[in-house]
Design a protein around this ligand. Sequence first.
Ligand code: SAM
Ligand code: SF4
Length: 427
Amino acid sequence: MNQADSDIITTLLGNGGYRQASSEEEAGIILLNTCAVRENAVERIAHYLQHLKGVKKRYPDLLVGLSGCIPQYRRETLFDDFPLLDFLAGPDTYRALPSLIAEAASGCRRVSRLDFDTSETYVGVEPSRSATLSAFVPVMRGCNNMCAFCVVPFTRGRERSHPTEAVLNEVRALSESGCREITLLGQNVNSYRDPAAGTDFSRLLDAVSREVPGIRIRFTTSHPKDMSCSLAETMAARPNICNHIHLPVQSGSTRMLGRMNRGHTIEEYRDRIGMIRNMIPGISFSTDLIAGFCGETEDDHRKTLELMRDIRFDSAFMFYYSVRPGTPAARTMHDDVSEDVKKRRLQEIIDLQNSISSELFGEAVGTVVEVLAETESRRSSLQLMGRTETNRVVVFDRGRHSPGDLVRVKITGSSSATLRGEALPDY
Ligand code: SAM
Ligand code: SF4
């Protein structure tokens, strides 16, 4: 979502007469577009601002600004904590950036625009993407859920969906520019509703897949409580929708899901995965997991490991819980799992996921998969890197193929993160 927002910001600044600098030294303005979802994202920005203090000493006219979730969230203290900052804009006020910069350049100090605007979707602002084989297309902004640990509802505001027609125009334009894979993007795409017709995400997904039948379609993120049967039916029916779902579960314990306010039980989660696997054989699942949320016991943690063994996710984003001030958990619960225990549980989760991924990837050796080649591999120009429909990374001997080709690849080896193979000549 940050990448997609940065592309919008680049367009808005371009329209305002600014152009991208090639280095820190060349830049007259440095703008950091930020994420606040975990404490370490915030710490990284703080480190970078520390570094910019030195740069600003050398170039006193340099303007430094923050946009996105951190300013929205820490508006009261940011200017005092980081006196080098000149301007701030939130996720709904990127359009104000050219005028904020102009004000700061004219000598006004500490200028900001941080109001929420529930009508702002940036529809019509064509994101500035360099010619790309794979692109993110936001279909909604904001989130109406209130997961106890999560800051997103407080930084990005209420949910609002883009009109279906606007999404279709964007994917058509991407297809015409040579794009081969599109990921529809939202905090909870399952609660998408077309603003005029009220149609749901499965209808949007169906329409997109028909609009650009030669392009692979992915989507993220799905919330398990809203993951519908009709969405799985659409996936099963449309050949260009990839057989992969990112379905964050956060914890394997129903008790913890209740504390997190996720709105479903573990049994419901398991049933949903079972239902989808029946409808779409061979589909892969990935997930998000949080270790050490408030009140998590060893028994809750054991249930998470148990769930992972049963479901066998292809991959997972794994984090330990960090308190986000202002969230329901920060206001009403104790962060009572010690850092050592959080880190130990997280390591157990990571180790287990690595071994599950290794097993699953090992089982793929000897099979033939279809890969969309994305780039040359980092190690050798004789190899390409791409992904299977199920979102597995494959590095393969390229033969006569180039990025952008759909290639049949025979899998010859694997690790916990990558498959290796060779392009079959007859494709
Ligand atoms: N909307 C998506 C959903 O509901 O699954 C997730 C969006 S959130 C930006 C991405 C992931 O960050 C979450 O799924 C969760 O695992 C993790 N996360 C969010 N808040 C966190 C926190 N306070 N501490 C640790 N991880 C957190
Ligand atoms: Fe955060 Fe929950 Fe919304 Fe996801 S669904 S963005 S975790 S509040």
